[in-house]
Design a protein around this ligand. Sequence first.
Ligand code: NI
Length: 173
Amino acid sequence: MAMLNILEFPDPRLRTRAVPVETVDDELRRLIDSMFETMYAAPGIGLAATQVDVHRRFLVADVSTDKSDPQVLINPEIVASEGEMINEEGCLSVPGIYAEVRRAEKIRVRYLDRDGNEVERDMDGLLAVCVQHEMDHLEGRLFVDYLSEAKRQKIRKRLQKERRQQPEPAAVL
Ligand code: NI
């Protein structure tokens, strides 16, 4: 396993639309394991392949508080949804920024699990929010896209300013 670099807004690579996974094999599972390691270390509750510059349709999530519920969704599709809810969301690719986003309250998702088996499952609560957020990443969409252009511009400037203020990392040889 290896820690992966997480792309940050406004990196244009986050705008890539991911392509379907064709085979669920050991190479993919190794990448999935590295994504879990990266997500838990961040720490975060969800990570889409797009965020680690892999433009294939899969994501990992764990909304438990003790790393006890790892979920892998490969080629996820929302086949039904109902209701509406508004939650405050954040994103590992937009560090330190939180905003309210409207999502479906319940979703039914069809996907392949890490063994390549087809699963259809109903989700609600935080897991439903997380999966909708991560599936947006696979479309090249970020939660800040739901905000006004003025707000998005403000966030872009704030992140650029913060990056400039960070001292250059010391040379590690
Ligand atoms: Ni995100």
